[in-house]
Design a protein around this ligand. Structure first.
Ligand SMILES: [Zn+2]
Length: 109
């Protein structure tokens, strides 16, 4: 079972206490954007085999949204962090690099 630490209340929450919110760090496009930009925002996702950044909500806890960096093949969690940032914190990226040299995810590495 996947267990993530909520970065707000510090609880180690089992997957059953959380709600998945899809991919993290999506760049949103709305009215006024081109059809191609809106299509990318709506439908295109990374879906990697390996390092992935996701949104989670501590639904049966403090109720707050946060981000998690984890490996989709091993379920190894590299860290969790606030959802109020536009890219993963450097310490999370360093932790991933230490365990998965050469990783890449969109523009983050
Ligand atoms: Zn929490």
């Amino acid at each position: 079972m996947l267990t993530l630490q909520c970065p707000y209340c510090g609880v180690m929450a089992d997957e059953t206490e959380l709600s998945a919110g899809g991919e993290a760090h999506l760049k949103r496009f709305g009215p006024g954007s081109s059809d191609a930009e809106f299509e990318t925002y709506m439908f295109m996702r990374e879906n990697p085999k390996g390092v992935h950044f996701e949104r989670w909500r501590h639904a049966n806890g403090c109720g707050k949204w946060f981000h998690a960096a984890r490996c989709t093949t091993t379920l190894e969690v590299f860290g969790t962090y606030s959802a109020q940032v536009s890219e993963p914190p450097q310490d999370i990226k360093d932790a991933i690099t230490a365990k998965r040299p050469g990783w890449a995810w969109r523009e983050f590495a």
